[in-house]
Design a protein around this ligand. Structure first.
Ligand SMILES: Nc1ncnc2c1ncn2[C@@H]1O[C@H](COP(=O)(O)OP(=O)(O)OP(=O)(O)O)[C@@H](O)[C@H]1O
Ligand SMILES: [Mg+2]
Length: 298
């Protein structure tokens, strides 16, 4: 059972004065399984924050369904979710510790967990300093700490690494990966392709409110892509799909593009011949997530 399931989700904003409408999220569907680190990728203005707002029930959806833990009653599910929004919202003059204490008090969480979480996000030594004196990376980490405080099953993060330097990005990445190892489900939005490639297990790509691709990072970034041609493209695709080392096979421009998990081209070729399919063309085509993304969103 998917832990997050979204079906035909749509958000139309209407400007109250001009009555002009904006379809920010347009009929998207995706699902996230427990333990996945799911990256929601898209250019500026593509609808990432709007989607997250609807998942958190902060933004009213125009139509579509959302199920969290298999349940459409989002209110009940909310207790098992930790989230951060685009800009961390803390009291600037209070220390990181005091800010977390306020959140802990509201959620009935004890002192031991506050200290534990400060350790996890590496803010233990700076916990007494005022929030306003924190670097951007520290602010983002405090925001993560606040989302993780109640030990939620799902952690939803809107651009957790936005604006950070490589060291700051690396720190956030380590925390998110540790959550994945604990079996937590993480849903994060980002436009940092390299980061998503290194952190996430799965991604969905959104453009102008529409979902253009989803799959495992391995499948999408598979640097091992082969381009194949044969007299009968349909037969070729069927034969390719029966190959153990094939993650996916798509037909484009009269050729079959296959993402290979392992194996090699001659092994694939042998398999195809065994199926009675003889290729007229076989070559390697490499792609990174960045190339995939640009191809999908440009
Ligand atoms: N309250 C609102 N009223 C009208 N339009 C809005 C509102 N909020 C967002 N939009 C529009 O909806 C679209 C999607 O915005 P959204 O903030 O969800 O995108 P995003 O992918 O999070 O972008 P970014 O990468 O810049 O954070 C944009 O065109 C935006 O201008
Ligand atoms: Mg946004």
């Amino acid at each position: 059972m998917p832990i997050i399931e979204v079906n035909n989700l749509t958000k139309v904003y209407t400007n109250l004065i001009s009555r002009k409408q904006k379809r920010a999220v347009d009929n998207i569907s995706f699902s996230v399984e427990q333990g996945q680190i799911f990256g929601f990728l898209g250019p500026n203005g593509s609808g990432k924050t709007t989607t997250i707002g609807m998942l958190l029930d902060i933004i009213n959806r125009t139509s579509g369904d959302i199920r969290l833990f298999g349940d459409t009653h989002l209110n009940a599910a909310r207790k098992r979710i930790g989230a951060t929004l685009e800009t961390p919202n803390f009291y600037p003059y209070l220390s990181g510790y005091d800010n977390l204490r306020i959140v802990a008090k509201i959620k009935n969480i004890g002192e031991a967990r506050v200290q534990e979480i400060l350790g996890i996000v590496k803010l233990a030594d700076r916990q007494k300093d005022a929030f306003k004196a924190y670097s951007l990376g520290m602010k983002q980490r405090l925001s993560l700490a606040s989302a993780m405080l109640s030990d939620p099953d799902i952690i939803i993060l809107d651009e957790p690494a936005n604006g950070l330097d490589p060291e700051g990005i690396r720190e956030i990445r380590e925390i998110i990966k540790a959550l994945g190892r604990e079996g937590k489900t993480v849903f994060l939005s980002s436009h940092l392709l390299d980061e998503v490639e290194q952190t996430c297990t799965h991604v969905a790509v959104i453009k102008n409110g529409k979902l253009v691709k989803q799959g495992s990072v391995q499948e999408l970034t598979s640097r091992n892509i082969a381009r194949l041609e044969a007299d009968n493209t349909d037969m070729l695709r069927t034969a390719v799909r029966s190959y153990d080392g094939a993650l996916s096979a798509d037909v484009r421009d009269g050729a079959v593009f296959v993402a290979l998990k392992g194996g090699n081209l001659s092994d694939l070729n042998r398999h195809l011949a065994g199926q009675g399919v003889y290729v007229s063309h076989l070559s390697e085509a490499r792609q990174s997530l960045e190339e995939v993304f640009i191809e999908l969103t440009s």
